[in-house]
Design a binder for this molecule. Structure first.
Ligand code: HAM
Length: 435
């Protein structure tokens, strides 16, 4: 004997009943609308990719979470954990012939073998928006604007969410001036990435043990995060030409975001590094202002990835926004859609003799583009009306013997209760009047 428990779904994966799918569809619809408003075109790729597309490019954290295996042809492959390497591969084969900049978006399902926790599952859908072939901070600002507008479209304003922005060029210049050697930068990034969530002593320990910094460099790095605001950074390091150049770029980025009307959503935050290896410039993450949830969205500039997968050396910037955290946030703020069944029409047959006619009316109405239902088996009028109500029918067409004899049917508006007679010939017509 088997039972349903033995076939329970895998941990970290979701079923989507129609009610649950309604929320995902709300996100997808908003994401598509906003992408198109900014001139982005939709693309997709395969859910399975060669394993080596991720190893050495995405970074150790994500590589440790891959769903990878050897296929029947002996190939080492992986379910996609993120979309950016696929995008780089797809464009690598085609970008030379394309006008720049390229504005593409996608909404793939992604798979990461993560420890399941609030806001983190083993599959999620992720809105990816990427602008390729422009290296300026104007492009970075444009992409962040898409992300923020996507959230605004769903009802989340500057009072609810904020984007925390930093720049890897600026951070690396600051770390270098603090005495971190080039070769230790990736290790230092990993520590900075957690600086906010770990006690200062733990950060100090990690800088010594994991990154191998000497005492002076450790103190230098720690002091950066005592006053991490843009003004403080400028006052302390503005005279260092290696810092001044990226600092000016960051300032310009904030100006452009303000021009786009989104200044109140963004703040500079030196602790934003991002876990992925390929970022080279502006990086950002979007959070709820109350700090209850994990990141809703993360992105940044990656100027070397396309070349790394064998394509044209093109600068690129983009973000990924997942459906899991965002869905939780919208539900909690009462911004998720109310789900209810809805059909345009339900055709009620008064007697068994009217059933064939009820079917013909429903068929004609469907051909005209309306959603129409009727009882599949003869049943009482009361049951048909209660089914019409539970299906959310806006109108009920009642086909009864007396009306049929006069060539009409009764149409009831279920909300107002108003009734009117309509000619059967018009209800049975398969084209809309006037078309
Ligand atoms: P990421 O930060 O790894 O970036 O993911 C982006 C967003 O996807 C996160 O902020 C989160 O909302 C969601 N997400 C990630 N992992 C999970 C998970 N296990 N469960 C639920 N949601 C998750 C990237 O993936 C980059 N490729 C984004 C990008 C595009 N950068 C440039 N272009």
């Amino acid at each position: 004997m088997t039972n349903a428990r033995e076939y329970a779904r895998l941990p970290g994966f979701r079923d989507f009943t129609p009610g649950e799918l309604a929320l995902r569809n709300q996100l997808f619809d908003a994401w598509r609308r906003v992408s198109r408003r900014y001139g982005f075109e939709e693309y997709d790729g395969p859910p399975l990719e060669p394993l080596e597309l991720y190893t050495g490019k995405s970074g150790d954290e994500i590589v440790g979470q891959l769903y990878n295996f050897t296929d029947k042809g002996g190939r080492e492959i992986s379910l996609r954990p993120e979309m950016t390497p696929s995008l780089a591969r797809i464009l690598g084969e085609r970008s030379r012939a394309m006008p720049k900049p390229i504005r593409w978006f996608s909404m793939p399902q992604l798979f990461r073998y993560e420890r399941q926790q609030r806001g983190r599952l083993r599959e999620h859908f992720q809105w990816n928006v990427d602008l390729i072939g422009d290296e300026g901070v104007e492009a970075d600002a444009e992409v962040l604007a898409v992300a923020l507008d996507g959230l605004r479209e769903l009802g989340l304003g500057a009072d609810q969410i904020r984007a925390r922005v930093s720049d890897r060029r600026l951070l690396s210049a600051l770390l270098a001036s603090a005495g971190v050697p080039d070769a230790s930068l990736p290790g230092a990034y990993a520590v900075v990435d957690k600086v906010e969530r770990e006690p200062r002593e733990r950060t100090r320990e990690r800088l010594v043990e994991e990154v191998g910094l000497d005492a002076r460099a450790v103190e230098g790095v720690l002091s950066l995060f005592e006053e991490p605001g843009l003004e403080a950074v400028e006052a302390r390091f503005g005279d260092d030409p290696a810092v001044a150049a990226p600092l000016a770029e960051v300032r310009r980025f904030f100006d452009v975001v303000a021009d786009l009307g989104l200044g109140s959503f963004v703040e500079f935050d030196l602790t934003i590094v991002r876990g992925l290896a390929y970022y080279t410039g502006i990086v950002f993450e979007i959070f709820d202002r109350q700090g209850e949830f994990r990141a809703i969205c993360g992105g940044g500039r990656y100027d070397r990835l396309l070349e790394l997968v064998g394509g044209e050396p093109l600068g690129a910037v983009g973000f990924g926004m997942g459906d899991v955290v965002l869905g939780e946030l919208l539900r909690e703020r009462g911004l998720a859609p109310e789900y209810g069944r809805e059909v345009d029409l339900y055709v009620v047959a008064i007697g068994e003799e009217q059933h064939a006619l009820a079917r013909r009316v429903a068929a004609a109405q469907r051909l005209r583009g309306h959603s129409a239902l009727y009882a599949l088996r003869p049943t009482s009028v009361r049951k048909q009306f209660s089914q019409a109500a539970s299906e959310g029918a806006r109108e009920v067409i009642v086909v009864g013997p007396d009306e049929v004899a006069r060539g009409v049917a009764l149409v009831r508006d279920m909300q107002s209760g108003n009734e009117e007679e309509r000619e059967l010939v018009s209800l049975l017509a398969t084209t809309n009047p006037g078309s």
